[in-house]
Write a protein that binds this ligand. Structure first.
Ligand code: F6P
Length: 355
């Protein structure tokens, strides 16, 4: 039987991402439609600790979907990693009779959800990060907008590179994941994409650039993923000049990638997962992340989501698999394999068509 919900809490945590507002709107509208009140937590888990909340009405969320950032503000809260911080958050939930939480963010945000649900507050996670580095889901809220922003920036750089017969090395955010860099590289026809996931051959890159220049090509874009390292891009500019004779410049758009009007894709995905999360909470579910797999919205157990993420990122200790069934382990291994394959296939395409 469905549990009678009084209130649902909603928060955004970690780095903001375009489309988070569409998720807030969707959660709020879906809950209100079920006669459940919505408590917006201001500033992520910090707001839950400090009892900084705002009850959300339809009017509060009426015009937020087209705005970047998050109307609920965001933070990375170290106090929430301590038992005392978690207990203060639980107190706030009890005070406002919050029967379940929807938390929007990345893996750090889900860790918080896990801790909170262990204290009796049901939590459901929505993947919200530009980095797309949550292995359990094909896409995250904000990824599409960040890629589009990166593509538009590279197109602008291409214009000026063409006029000056130059190369521009562009470093794009993504933490340790190269998804944004790789996809933008594919979209702008980069001469090379440098990521942590795939070893990079500098000599082959110089040879390709020299060959293309000899054939008359004037401009070159090299996309470097942030995760490769802070100094790589700037240093590579010098090396390109020394080894090819082609003048080069460096660009780091940094947080610009996190801002701006969310794309249709991000808004629609956020709308779907927001409403889905409310349905799941009302059905009494907890400890799950709402994902997209091959175009379908689905749920993934939070523990499985953590483990598969650590598995993919090479951080998992063998004993972490002890609590998982053979079916779960096989699923996680297959998913990691699929992610690697997808990445490599796109990388190979970029190599093939680069210029
Ligand atoms: O996770 C999103 C992200 O923008 C990463 O791409 C980047 O590495 C990090 O956050 C930057 O964090 P901050 O906003 O704390 O500088």
């Amino acid at each position: 039987m469905e549990k009678k919900f009084r209130r649902i809490g909603v928060l955004t945590s970690g780095g903001d991402a375009p489309g988070m507002n569409a998720a807030i709107k969707s959660v709020t509208a879906a809950a209100l439609a079920h006669g459940v009140e919505v408590v917006g937590i201001i500033g992520g888990y910090r707001g839950l600790i400090d009892n900084n909340v705002k009850y959300l009405t339809t009017a509060d969320v009426a015009d937020i979907v087209s705005r970047g950032g998050t109307a609920l503000y965001s933070a990375r809260c170290t106090e929430f990693m301590e038992e005392a911080g978690i207990m203060k958050a639980v107190e706030t939930c009890k005070k406002h009779e919050i029967d379940g939480m929807v938390v929007i963010g990345g893996d750090g945000t889900f860790r918080g959800a896990y801790d909170l649900s262990a204290k009796g507050i049901p939590c459901i996670g929505l993947p919200g990060t530009i980095d797309n580095d949550i292995t359990a889901t094909d896409v995250t809220i904000g990824f599409d907008t960040a890629m589009t922003t990166g593509m538009n920036l590279c197109d602008k750089l291409r214009d000026t590179c063409e006029s000056h017969s130059r190369c521009n090395v562009v470093e794009l955010m993504g933490r340790n994941a190269g998804y944004i860099a790789l996809n933008v590289g594919a979209a702008v026809n980069a001469v090379a994409v440098v990521t942590k996931e795939i070893p990079f051959d500098k000599e082959a890159c110089y040879a390709r650039m020299k060959k293309l220049r000899a054939a008359g090509q004037q401009s070159f874009i090299v996309v470097v993923a942030e995760g490769v390292g802070a100094d790589f891009g700037e240093q590579f500019v010098k090396e390109i000049e020394e080894n090819t004779g082609i003048e080069a410049r460096f660009c780091r758009p940094a947080h610009i990638l996190r801002g701006g009007v969310p794309t249709l894709r991000d808004r629609v995905f956020a709308a779907k997962v927001g409403a889905y999360a409310v349905e799941m909470l009302l059905q009494g579910k907890s400890n799950i992340v709402i994902c997209e797999r091959k175009g379908d919205i689905c749920e993934c157990d939070l523990d499985v989501a953590f483990t598969v993420d650590r598995m993919y990122k090479g951080k998992m200790k063998p004993e972490e698999l002890d609590k998982h069934s053979p079916e779960e382990i096989a699923y996680m291994e297959a998913l990691c394999e699929e992610r690697r394959k997808e990445f490599k296939e796109l990388y190979d395409t970029v190599e093939l068509i680069c210029c």
